[in-house]
Design a protein. Structure first.
Length: 427
């Protein structure tokens, strides 16, 4: 097993922290370890208690490490769409040698990234849309082309500086070097949507525990994303209130007997519910349960329609793709078709041990990071090692001594990028 090709993804979701360790063999991902821990210290996907969130992250990492026998030293990390904004930016540089090289590519991306942000905002990702060499537009990879002027049209994703700093701080305190941080709707769409869906105009609805992220893809790129402050936890609370039972029991009932679409739910299948604070139990049918669950899911989907309308989206030629933990609820696809009046499918990662829609972001993180690193010829700074030989992360910089070819970039960790910022904020 080549440790250079092993990636760790940390997805700090609205109610769970998921860690996936995967090995890239060529273009194929092989999951070798995973964990899914209920997160504490988050509210609606935003960290409100770093200490509790830190404990959840540490527990998730430790569980994944025990599965693989490897010590996690660096990871790619997701950041939610809360308070995020997407805008178009442009970068322009002069080609130094007449032929576009890796160095020119990096310089033009740096130029696009230099856009001045308002106070309180931080850049998450700058994603190239197309390159232009002199008058030739629509280029996906300009390297090797002859020209004088190189331009890039890119998408810049920004978020709240406070939200970004809290995520970075939490992961760094878990003794993990951050390889890169990626916008969650970007990696979910990368994993869940086909190439055609990204071009046709498709909504990706990621229904998590305490929030739902609605993103829209068109012309091959992410156009916008918004967050609805409702999710599976609200369904659990509704079940708990209506059936007069504990939230723990309500969560179990939701997963074991839940159905979203009343017309397909059974009125012959019954289950017992212990009444909170008493010694009695009551019997309810799956159809009755579906009325409770369906009402909340309809509300979530109607909020999703409103979010799309705020983006200016009135039609979905590519339909809707559902993912996230709640996409596992039986009957959610026909209910969504009825509410949104378009075709619907559910995305589930097809990897052993992570065949659940809730792992879309974690799996997408690894696949997206791999393609990103390959495109920019980057390597991990701290390849994973067996636990008994793992050691502290070292910073690796450009190697200018290679003869006859351009140096390959050794990715500096996010720790080195933000250490000065942390020193000023967290002294």
């Amino acid at each position: 097993m080549d440790s250079q090709n092993i990636y760790t993804a940390i997805d700090i979701g609205s109610s769970n922290v998921k860690v996936v360790i995967g090995e890239m063999r060529g273009s194929q991902l092989h999951v070798i370890g995973e964990s899914n821990i209920r997160s504490e210290g988050l509210r609606k996907g935003i960290i409100v208690d770093i200490e509790k969130t830190l404990q959840s992250v540490q527990e998730a990492i430790a569980h994944a490490e025990r599965m693989t026998g490897y010590e996690v030293r660096e990871a790619v990390v997701s950041i939610s769409a809360h308070q995020a904004e997407i805008q178009r930016v442009k970068g322009v540089v002069t080609v130094t040698s007449g032929e576009v090289t890796n160095a020119d590519l990096q310089r033009v991306m740096d130029s696009a990234s230099s856009y001045k942000l308002p106070e309180g905002r931080e850049c998450v990702n700058v994603v190239p849309i197309q390159f232009t060499v002199d008058d030739c537009e629509g280029i996906t990879d300009p390297r090797g082309m002859i020209g004088v002027r190189l331009e890039v049209d890119a998408m810049m994703i920004t978020t709240s500086a406070t939200l970004m700093h809290n995520v970075l701080r939490c992961v760094e305190r878990a003794s993990i070097s951050i390889n890169e941080i990626y916008f969650q709707p970007l990696v979910v769409g990368h994993a869940a949507l086909t190439k055609d869906e990204k071009y046709q105009g498709t909504a990706c609805i990621d229904i998590g525990g305490s929030s739902t992220t609605v993103s829209y893809y068109e012309e091959g790129i992410l156009q916008n994303a918004k967050v609805v402050p409702l999710g599976g936890d609200n369904i659990t609370q509704d079940i708990s209130i209506v059936l007069k039972t504990s939230t723990t029991q309500a969560e179990y009932i939701k997963k074991q007997y839940g159905h979203a679409f009343n017309s397909d739910a059974s009125d012959q299948e019954f289950f017992e519910v212990p009444i909170e604070g008493t010694d009695t139990v009551e019997q309810y049918s799956q159809r009755y349960l579906s009325e409770i669950m369906g009402a909340r899911l309809v509300e979530i989907l109607e909020f999703a329609i409103d979010a799309l309308a705020q983006m200016g989206v009135r039609d979905l030629p590519g339909g809707v793709v559902l993912t996230g933990g709640c996409a596992m609820i039986e009957g959610i696809a026909p209910l969504t078709r009825q509410v949104m009046q378009t075709r619907v499918r559910i995305y589930t990662p097809q990897f052993i041990s992570v065949r659940e829609p809730g792992y879309a972001a974690a799996v997408g993180l690894i696949d997206y990071a791999t393609q990103h690193d390959n495109f920019f010829n980057r390597e991990m700074t701290a390849p994973m090692q067996p636990a008994q030989t793992a050691h502290a992360t070292e910073e690796v910089y450009y190697d200018d001594t290679t003869d006859g070819e351009e140096p390959q970039e050794k990715r500096p960790s996010w720790k080195s990028k933000v250490s000065k910022m942390f020193n000023s904020i967290f002294e």
